[in-house]
Design a protein around this ligand. Structure first.
Ligand code: NAD
Ligand code: WQD
Length: 344
């Protein structure tokens, strides 16, 4: 029988790509999403790609009674992948309580329903933001956690601590915490991808929307950093590669491949790429010209960070394999598809 997984935030960017990979691997997926930052279109996209429509319920993870009812209804959920969260760094500075409530209460609810429903494991979406500005790159999982620079980042640090404290207290669950670097790109079918609400804060959606003419000009935030070309450096990881790591993590917990109750992995490529290199790469592989200008630094930006992914490579047997060129092509294909559908 297919193992059933609850995917919170499964209509969102990373959750929809992960649902595709879970279904391809033979899992049955139940998605809950309040659609606060996504639409039902992504569920249609998942069905188009896999031929299977995941179960979907529009539920807020903070609604504990609704959550309990859903889990009872499905009966045999074995694992949770918890993507649901508010994720805009700037907004979190403006509305900290919204971020603390949404990101912390929802995780507590997930953890609370696990033992009583014999749900064995939870994969948690964390972020490289927990490292702050690294002392050294690439950065591995033993690096110190620096004071958070935003309420959003703080919620990820607190979430990691909540999981660890709960398991340390003897809760009969396992967890794998995945620290993502910068996920970009879209499924090669262009049926699902990243579609932020409003003006994009992240680099790739701003690039693709500028290239297609929705935005007039991309602002590059600073070219006076201590990096070879002066722009910031990040570890851009293909979203499908990232999604596949979740399937491996879930298998690992459900099949007790490790005795550890909590494990933490960086998910990145191990390569640092500058903002200007990314822009040039996007123009080259897609044969488009991008209107951009250099402006002042964005407050709070990290100068350079890229992952040491060896632990995930060795322990999980997972590796990012997609090339940056193909990833940048997929991002553009997705934007073209949105235009074709009249969405943007
Ligand atoms: P996303 O906004 O596309 O997906 C999150 C989904 O969760 C959305 O569909 C949203 O509607 C839903 N959601 C939010 N609050 C909810 C609630 N209370 N109840 C039910 N659904 C709710 O974001 P994403 O980029 O797919 O990110 C997924 C996870 O990965 C988040 O936890 C995010 O913090 C984390 N993360 C993302 C990145 C990134 O750059 N995209 C990097 C590191 C970590
Ligand atoms: C990347 C680089 C910008 C937009 C954020 C969160 C982090 C994680 C990923 C969730 C930076 C530059 C961007 C633009 C630009 N999310 N940039 N012009 O800041 O690395 O990380 O998303 O956990 O927590 O902080 O990603 O895509 O915003 O920026 O020049 O219009 O692109 O300055 O150097 P970031 P990003």
């Amino acid at each position: 029988m297919k193992k059933k997984i609850l995917v919170t935030g499964g209509a969102g960017y990373i959750g929809s790509h992960t649902t595709v990979e879970l279904q391809n691997a033979g899992y049955e997926v139940v998605i809950i999403d309040d659609l606060s930052n996504s639409t039902i279109d992504s569920i249609d996209g998942i069905e188009k790609i896999t031929g299977v429509r995941p179960h979907f319920e529009q539920i807020d993870c903070n609604d504990l009674p609704a959550l309990k009812e859903l889990v009872k209804k499905h009966g045999d959920i074995q694992g949770i992948i918890h993507f649901a969260a508010s994720k805009a760094v700037g907004e979190s500075v403006q509305k900290p309580l919204l971020y603390y409530r949404n990101n912390i209460d929802s995780l507590i609810n997930m953890l609370e329903i696990m033992p009583e429903n014999k749900i064995k494991g939870i994969v948690f979406s964390s972020s490289c933001t927990v490292y702050g500005e690294p002392d050294n790159n690439p950065i591995d999982e033993t690096a110190p956690i620096k004071p958070a620079t935003s309420p959003y980042g703080n919620t990820k640090q607190i979430n990691e601590e909540i999981i660890q404290d709960y398991i340390r207290s003897g809760a009969p669950i396992k967890s794998i915490i995945l620290r993502y670097f910068n996920p970009i790109g879209a499924h090669p079918s262009a049926e699902i991808g990243e579609l932020p609400n409003g003006v994009p804060q992240n680099l790739i959606p701003f690039i693709t929307q500028t290239a297609i003419g929705v935005r007039e000009c991309l602002s590059v935030f600073g070219d006076d950093y201590n990096t070879p070309d002066g722009s910031c450096i990040r570890d851009f990881i293909n979203v499908v590669d990232l999604a596949k790591a979740h399937v491996i993590a879930m298998d690992r917990m459900l099949e007790d491949k490790s005795d550890e109750k909590v494990e933490i992995f960086n998910l990145g490529t191990g390569n640092g790429v500058s903002v200007l290199e990314l822009i040039n790469g996007f123009e080259r592989v897609n044969d488009v010209k991008l209107n951009y200008k250099i402006v002042a630094r964005r407050g709070g930006d990290i100068e350079k960070i890229w992952a040491e992914p060896t632990r995930a490579n060795k322990v999980l047997g997972w590796k990012a394999v997609e090339t940056l060129d193909d990833t940048l092509k997929s991002a553009w294909l997705w934007q073209l598809k949105l235009r074709e559908k009249g969405i943007m």
